[in-house]
Write a protein that binds this ligand. Structure first.
Ligand code: GLP
Length: 242
């Protein structure tokens, strides 16, 4: 596991966007696994800048979704499909035909999860998966005690994660869904390169457990210690407890 400490979120965003650009120069139809949350935003801005300036051609890239709320109506602005459309797909000049993601409004959610696993495999797997980290050490929506070999499935969110994410729902925790559909820890570990980005003091404890703690389901992100190509990009605040 490689740990890169950067001065701030902007520098981290530039670094990760450049890694994505280099991948696309080598493999123009690479599958980029993209996360939601506030942490990856500087990556998406820096990558879109590179596309606009002609530094990289992303026209054949494919974008894969990490997780999704269950039960939000199709087209809800906070569904992760919509968030990734706004923050990644459109700024990169792509259409939703380049997008791989499960439907959180599907009637049979587990069948949708299984179909998504199949779709990822048929796409050739994820080349670079970007993940953030929850304050409790979750990656995607794999909450503490998730199996480290789990596949895409339904999970129930902890109250802490619902409270953390209420800011995207007018600060109203009641609007945050209880259930989600998430790539499993095992699914994430299948990506050829996993990049975990963490910024801000609130992530310092979880990051220390991820990097220096035991590999344990209580901190799902710690499973990245087992990956042969995992990179942690942290700003100084998030790295302050390492
Ligand atoms: C949600 C997402 C995660 C993300 C986490 C942290 O729980 N499912 O993928 O890593 O939020 O979000 P933020 O980057 O806003 O702190």
């Amino acid at each position: 596991m490689e740990v890169v400490i950067v001065p701030d979120a902007r520098a981290g965003g530039e670094l990760v966007a450049e890694a994505m650009a280099q991948l696309l120069r080598r493999k123009p139809d690479a599958v980029l696994g993209m996360a939601t949350g506030s942490t990856p935003l500087p990556v998406y801005e820096a990558l879109a800048d590179k596309v606009r300036s002609g530094a990289v051609d992303a026209s054949r890239a494919r974008i894969a979704q990490l997780d999704e709320y269950v039960g939000l109506p199709a087209g809800h602005p906070e569904s992760y499909r919509e968030v990734l459309r706004r923050q990644v797909v459109e700024p990169l000049g792509l259409g939703m035909d380049s997008f791989l993601g499960p439907d959180g409004a599907a009637e049979d959610v587990q069948a949708e999860a299984d179909a998504y696993e199949k779709a990822l495999a048929e796409a050739g797997g994820v080349d670079l998966q970007l993940v953030g980290i929850g304050t409790d050490g979750h990656i995607a929506f794999n909450e503490p005690c998730s199996s480290l070999s789990s596949r895409t499935r339904i999970k129930v969110l902890t109250e802490q994660t619902r409270a953390d994410n209420a800011r995207f729902f007018d600060g109203d925790i009641a609007q945050v869904p209880h259930q989600v559909l998430t790539q499993g820890v095992g699914t994430i570990l299948d990506a050829r390169h996993v990049v975990l980005m963490a910024t801000g003091e609130s992530k310092a404890e979880a990051l220390a457990a991820t990097v220096e703690g035991p590999v344990a389901a209580i901190c799902p992100a710690s499973a990245l210690q087992l990956h042969r190509h995992a990179t942690i990009v942290a700003d100084e605040a998030a790295a302050s407890k390492l």
